[in-house]
Design a protein around this ligand. Structure first.
Ligand SMILES: Nc1nc2c(ncn2[C@@H]2O[C@H](COP(=O)(O)OP(=O)(O)OP(=O)(O)O)[C@@H](O)[C@H]2O)c(=O)[nH]1
Ligand SMILES: [Mg+2]
Length: 313
């Protein structure tokens, strides 16, 4: 009886206009959204996954690699083909993959659930290589905190932080020289973006370093260039492009002062030396590795790339 009475009194008091009730009501209305916001915003970092951006010219094998990694765990048990038939990509797509967080060198074919290993999830974002669609893919790299927006990622609203870039090239196509200029041009634009990103860091808070893997694909073909030659050919071509671009500016009548100002932005690599090498990009926290492999056929396989990715997500 007394409990009922107290409840009744409380209820009546809460309905009677009094300063205390109004104050409580106001405080609740104002604080609840703020509290909810903080709860939500601190919880999100744990739900967004790190991502790895897969770039490269058309036909390099990006989509083939994506399907290989995606089907990896099922593939060991007698499936007919580890990779899907691909066609020219027109929109980016991403797949959720997981590496063994204790041992990144565990094969992508291993089913981590069966092994009882701790899995670390990440997104592999496959992009189209067509020149008209490149700008969109590269744009993700510019911001100080490079992120992939939700349109690429299946869970709406979330942004995913880019942890590494894989630039895939067709080592067989590079062998006949025709593909070299366009491939190097694409890589030049990517590296220049990363260099600008380094310059645009605000204050002393430098952006985290960005590892780049140049994946020399199709080494199953006997015509393919070995990884070391892919590296030196690309470096030589990148050197030519940077000289050509700065000459183009000189010829177009841009004054020396303007050129000096521009060089900050358009000259790839640190010093003014004639020869370009990937090592020069270390100055901008861009660490480049070149590793050969193959997605299909009887070649070195894709395990080394998987390990490289696993160590960086
Ligand atoms: N021989 C050989 N062929 C490969 C290898 N990887 C991919 N290919 C073939 O290369 C062709 C192009 O592969 P895709 O994965 O569609 O190329 P992509 O990089 O996604 O191309 P875009 O979507 O146009 O940017 C396909 O016919 C693949 O079968 C490889 O390791 N060796
Ligand atoms: Mg594709």
């Amino acid at each position: 009886m007394s409990l009922q009475q107290t409840l009744k009194d409380l209820f009546e008091a809460s309905l009677t206009p009094s300063p205390t009730v109004i104050l409580f009501g106001l405080a609740f209305c104002l604080l609840a959204p703020i509290l909810l916001h903080f709860l939500y915003s601190t919880a999100t970092p744990y739900t967004t996954l790190p991502s790895v951006l897969l770039l490269g010219p058309p036909g390099a094998g990006k989509t083939t690699l994506t399907t290989l990694f995606e089907r990896g765990p099922q593939q060991s048990s007698s499936s007919s083909s580890p990779v899907a038939k691909t066609h020219t990509s027109q929109v980016p797509s991403s797949v959720e993959l997981s590496v063994n967080s204790d041992d990144p060198s565990t094969s992508y074919k291993t089913n981590l659930d069966d092994e009882g290993a701790t899995a670390k999830k990440f997104l592999l974002v496959d992009t189209p290589g067509h020149p008209k669609l490149r700008a969109q893919s590269i744009a993700h790299l510019t911001s100080a905190e490079p992120t992939i927006k939700s349109s690429l990622v299946s869970d709406g609203g979330a942004k995913s932080k880019i942890k590494a870039v894989v630039f895939m090239v067709d080592a067989a196509a590079l062998a006949d020289g025709d593909a070299l200029p366009s491939t190097a041009e694409y890589l030049y634009d990517i590296l220049l973006r990363l260099q600008k990103r380094f310059h645009s860091r605000n204050g002393s808070r430098a952006p985290a370093s960005m590892p780049v893997l140049v994946a020399a694909n199709k080494l199953d073909l006997f015509t393919a260039l070995p990884a070391a030659l892919v590296k030196s050919n690309l470096e030589a071509e990148l050197g030519r492009i940077r000289v050509a671009r700065s000459k183009g500016l000189l010829d177009s009548g841009v004054g020396q002062d303007e050129l000096a100002a521009n060089e900050e932005g358009d000259w790839l690599g640190g010093d003014g030396s004639e020869k370009f090498s990937f090592a020069q990009m270390m100055e901008f926290d861009v660490d480049i590795d070149v590793i050969g492999g193959s997605v299909i056929g009887d070649g070195p396989g894709a395990e080394k790339w998987w390990k490289w990715i696993g160590e960086r997500v």
